[in-house]
Design a protein around this ligand. Structure first.
Ligand SMILES: C[S@@+](CC[C@H](N)C(=O)[O-])C[C@H]1O[C@@H](n2cnc3c(N)ncnc32)[C@H](O)[C@@H]1O
Length: 378
């Protein structure tokens, strides 16, 4: 019996490797699917193999070369701003003080084509090119096809084209629930502020006990066609059990696959040893469905193409996740373009709604570079 189990495990691994090499896996991949969500012990060979292939990939050298070349063509916004460094605003601190009506954000429409603008808020027009909107508990959107600059307390933020943010505490999230589920979301990305013993984390942002996430109105937020739900989790076994036994069932999510994020240094080596117990060089994104139309029959084929995918990036600021949204778009059920929302977001993306108590955090213009085209000669 044990031998059989081992054989199945190895077969599963080989098929994952084959797929990474561009071969088609056998149809029995689904039969080999493990029942539990996060087989940490089984993860090691997959990650080792993925990393080896990453290092070996000759093409990557060309990509790096091209990127270096591109970097030469980028200018830092700090430079564009005359090198002025402004003080950072803590939206968490500001959000805690109930003075929302006193804080306005100014949207600068100078670069936007006003003919395509149709902001849903109730703006108070200052002059032709600027609108003032309440910053907290208000859906602030850039419905134009241009990235837009907004200003709050002398700090400038980039609002990507066709994006919006709703900055609030958890208690107000129900304001995002659509009156009609035809206007709901079919792609929900969630990176919760899980409780963590790390004092460093505590100084970065507030965390919430698990029970708070049970009350997130996921079922009410989704589109008539259902939704793909992607949830970042830590490697703690207790948390994984909570998601499997309580959270996903409470949200009505059916687990489909896990996407692994392997963290590498700039030279391509792992940020730490794979076998360290308390600190692992990877995190997991659990992918599931709330299915109105995704049938039991369809799910295995989705699982098959999503299973054991590994994404490798250099980690950014504390708890910052790689932008994997685009990789998952093809698995989203329902309307196109997909209606995407990120919960507990710290940044905005074109085509997405960002909710959390600091969705503008990484939109600070100082994090952006302006691409100067035509400089690269290679
Ligand atoms: C894990 S971080 C999100 C990181 C983000 N995905 C990224 O890549 O940068 C969790 C976020 O939830 C926010 N948060 C914590 N408590 C909250 C609450 N009660 N309501 C809304 N957001 C909250 C934190 O301030 C933090 O921005």
């Amino acid at each position: 019996m044990n031998k059989m189990k081992k054989l199945k495990k190895n077969l599963g691994f080989l098929q994952a490797v084959e797929r990474e090499n561009g071969h088609k896996g056998g149809s029995n991949v689904i039969l080999l699917m493990r029942k539990n969500y996060w087989p940490i012990s089984d993860t090691r060979p997959l990650l080792v193999k993925a990393h080896e292939e990453f290092l070996e990939a000759k093409k990557l050298l060309n990509v790096i070369c091209e990127l270096n070349c591109e970097i030469e063509g980028w200018e830092c916004c700090a430079e564009l701003n005359g090198g002025i460094k402004e003080e950072e605003v803590s939206f968490i601190e500001l959000g805690k003080v109930w003075q929302a009506p006193l804080y306005d954000i100014a949207l600068d429409f100078t670069q936007a084509n006003k003919h395509v603008r149709k902001n849903g808020g109730s703006p108070c027009t200052q002059h032709d090119d600027q609108e003032l909107l309440p910053l907290f508990n208000n859906l602030v959107s850039n419905d134009t096809s241009y990235d837009m600059v907004s200003e709050f307390q002398t700090i400038r933020y980039i609002l990507p084209k066709d994006s919006c943010f709703y900055m609030s505490e958890l208690e107000q999230i129900h304001n995002l629930v659509p009156a009609d589920s035809e206007c709901g979301f079919n792609f929900i990305m969630i990176d919760p502020p899980w409780e963590n013993r790390s004092a460093y984390q505590k100084s970065k942002y507030p965390t919430l006990p698990n029970k708070h996430f049970l009350s997130l109105p996921i079922k009410q937020l989704i589109h008539t066609s259902g939704a793909l739900v992607a949830l970042w989790v830590t490697n703690r076994e207790k948390l994984r059990k909570f998601v499997e036994n309580e959270l996903f069932p409470a949200w009505g999510v059916r687990y489909a696959a896990t996407l692994y994020w392997l963290k590498v240094k700039a030279n391509g080596t792992l940020i730490c040893d794979l076998d360290l117990f308390h600190h692992r060089p990877y995190e997991c994104l659990l992918i599931g469905y709330i299915d109105r139309h995704v049938t039991d029959y369809e799910l295995p084929s989705i699982v098959k193409s999503l299973k054991d995918q590994v994404v490798m990036t250099i980690p950014g600021d504390y708890s910052r996740k790689p932008p994997v949204g685009d990789l998952l778009l093809e698995y989203v059920p329902g309307p196109r373009p997909a209606r995407c929302i990120e919960l507990f977001a710290r940044e905005m993306m074109a085509g997405w709604t960002s909710w959390g108590n600091e969705p503008l955090h990484f939109q600070d213009m100082r994090y952006f570079s302006r691409k100067i085209t035509g400089k690269c000669t290679k």
